[in-house]
Design a protein around this ligand. Structure first.
Ligand SMILES: Nc1ncnc2c1ncn2[C@@H]1O[C@H](COP(=O)(O)OP(=O)(O)OP(=O)(O)O)[C@@H](O)[C@H]1O
Length: 564
């Protein structure tokens, strides 16, 4: 993972090197100044080498201060995080991802994308700075008081081992913390949306109790992470300060024994202090970075999953319009075959599909939309191309699916209608079809905002806009799944009339259980006993008892509704 992070934004990495060198030399200026000051105070002279070093450091510090703003704005961190963001967003927004996948990705991973910059602008520069200062420290100690060099080296090794041990524990704590956070968030998102339903069934107190339990669990996991961080800081401080204290004591003894000059000891002491300050900073930022590691792993897993080769080479793009679809095989979900059939849809013939609830109508629609693979068999497009080989994005340019709930986007009615259409005569087209007549009664007409999820329109109006949008998009084929079910009869009949007109030239499948629809369609496919029986309304009623029962049940229901 560290290697992958290192490779991000590689073209801009040199800027980090420049920044590091400037920052490091300016930091060491304090050491040389203290060292030179001590020499001057104690001996009345200053070493020439030390004076030249101060000159170089001063020049570098001024240059660094002048360039640091530009370097940090356009540096490695910005390029690397943009690189990672692009990879992640490309992996997240794919046609095969579900809405839940995308939402979870956005909630959990966007904050990680922001937090990960710490690796590029803090962790790596601090580590490199630590190494550079450490090498100088050891070099200086070796040349002036070699016997004590083992103490800071031993301290660093001890610290490294301690951090390695703590990391395993930290990962577990962080994972538990994230799981608890997700559980709490999931309950909030799921149940809060349905709060009025919960209140209707007097279950809000139960929800409150469950949510409180989740919150308490989350609090405890958060405390666990904080406790771990404090404890590990204490252990690290013990190793570090213990070794440094012992080291400085050895320097004081050497000064007392006249084997080390006081000014040199002060210089080494300041160098040690600078290294120590960097180390404390590193420790703090490392904690923050470690807490993002599990999320970072997930982020890379999302990117890798998207980059993994797909099982089927679905790369064919269709040049000709789709005029014929032949489904031969078994439709269903893994371990749950729903129907085995031979169904042909052709442009110019409207097929109505009906059947008992749960028999597999929507699954069949999803199969035609390439969202559900066939358990056996295949779907042939235009008699030659296997649907499984067609690129999903290409297929969506040929076929439209419309479900029982219309999805409208924020904006005006016109914005929604013209999502897939840019022709000038669209209003005339809608007028000819008799669609969206309600717009004439609205003061702002087509410019009327639809509101969040189309809330400013009635369900029937929403569905009309959705159907009109699909018709205006002028696709080759249409799969309408219960589009007339949840709306008033006037709207439903108007939509059915449009669908019938559309089917004169296009390939159309209409899934419906509405008696009005079934009676008006010339060609019906009835799903029963895991197979499709096809015919007209009258022939099916005469020959298929299950269909006749379905019709009777519908008629009874309509009578009951009429007498209420
Ligand atoms: N994603 C899924 N994974 C597994 N099984 C599913 C999935 N979606 C639906 N099913 C199951 O497949 C069966 C058929 O569901 P489907 O939605 O296709 O029925 P339907 O005929 O459209 O029903 P309705 O008329 O009530 O909409 C059901 O038993 C359902 O539980």
């Amino acid at each position: 993972m560290i290697k992958r992070l290192w490779q991000l934004g590689a073209a801009q990495r040199w800027k980090m090197g420049v920044q590091l060198l400037g920052q490091w030399l300016s930091r060491l200026l304090v050491v040389t100044l203290v060292w030179a000051g001590a020499q001057w105070a104690l001996r009345g002279t200053v070493n020439v080498g030390l004076l030249s070093l101060i000159g170089i450091q001063l020049v570098v510090t001024v240059l660094y201060l002048l360039a640091s703003g530009w370097l940090s704005r356009n540096g490695w961190a910005a390029a690397a995080s943009q690189d990672l963001q692009e990879q992640f967003l490309n992996a997240t927004f794919r046609p095969t991802q579900t809405t839940t996948d995308v939402m979870q990705g956005l909630q959990q991973d966007l904050s990680t994308l922001r937090a990960v910059t710490i690796f590029f602008d803090t962790i790596i520069p601090t580590i490199l700075q630590l190494i550079l200062t450490g090498v100088v420290l050891i070099g200086v100690v070796l040349s002036v008081h070699a016997r004590t060099v083992a103490i800071p080296v031993g301290g660093i090794l001890l610290l490294g081992m301690g951090m390695g041990l703590l990391q395993g524990l930290g990962n577990r704590q962080n994972l538990a913390y994230i799981q608890s956070f997700n559980q709490m968030g999931q309950r909030f998102l799921d149940d809060f949306l349905g709060m009025s339903t919960l209140i209707m069934y007097q279950r809000q107190h139960r929800y409150a109790r469950d949510f409180a339990a989740d919150s308490e669990d989350y609090r405890q996991k958060t405390m666990g992470v904080l406790r771990y961080q404090l404890q590990s800081l204490t252990i690290m401080d013990f190793c570090l300060y213990g070794a440094i204290g012992y080291f400085l004591l050895a320097q004081v003894n050497a000064v007392k024994a006249h084997t080390l000059a006081l000014s040199t000891a002060l210089g080494i002491g300041t160098l040690t202090a600078v290294w120590l300050i960097d180390f404390r900073q590193f420790g703090y930022f490392m904690h923050v970075f470690m807490s993002t590691l599990p999320k970072l792993r997930h982020l890379f897993a999302v990117i890798d999953a998207a980059a993994a080769p797909q099982k089927t080479a679905a790369a064919v793009t269709l040049d000709a319009p789709v005029t014929r679809l032949q489904l031969t095989g078994t439709v269903g979900h893994t371990d749950q075959p729903l129907l085995t059939t031979d169904l042909t849809l052709t442009a110019g013939q409207l097929v109505g599909l009906t059947g008992p609830s749960g028999s597999g109508k929507s699954t069949l629609a999803q199969t035609l939309m390439q969202r559900q693979p066939l358990l056996a068999g295949k779907v042939l497009v235009n008699g030659t191309t296997d649907l499984a080989t067609v690129a999903p994005t290409d297929w969506l340019t040929h076929l439209v699916y419309l479900g029982p709930t219309a999805k409208l986007f924020a904006g005006s009615i016109q914005d929604n209608l013209l999502l897939g259409n840019r022709t000038a005569d669209w209003q005339q087209r809608l007028h000819d079809l008799g669609l969206c007549r309600f717009v004439a009664d609205l003061p702002a007409g087509y410019a009327t905002p639809v509101g969040e999820n189309g809330a400013q329109l009635s369900p029937g109006q929403r569905q009309q806009v959705a159907v009109a949008r699909a018709v205006l998009a002028n696709k080759d084929g249409y799969v309408f799944d219960e589009v007339t079910s949840n709306i008033d009869p006037d709207n439903a009949n108007q939509i059915l009339a449009v669908i019938q007109q559309l089917a004169q030239t296009k390939l159309v499948l209409l899934i419906t259980h509405r008696l009005d629809d079934l009676q008006r369609l010339d060609h019906l496919a009835f799903l029963t006993d895991q197979r499709l029986v096809q015919g007209t309304f009258t022939s099916l009623q005469a020959q298929v008892p299950a269909f006749a029962q379905l019709v009777q049940a519908q008629q009874r229901l309509l009578k009951e509704v009429a007498t209420v």
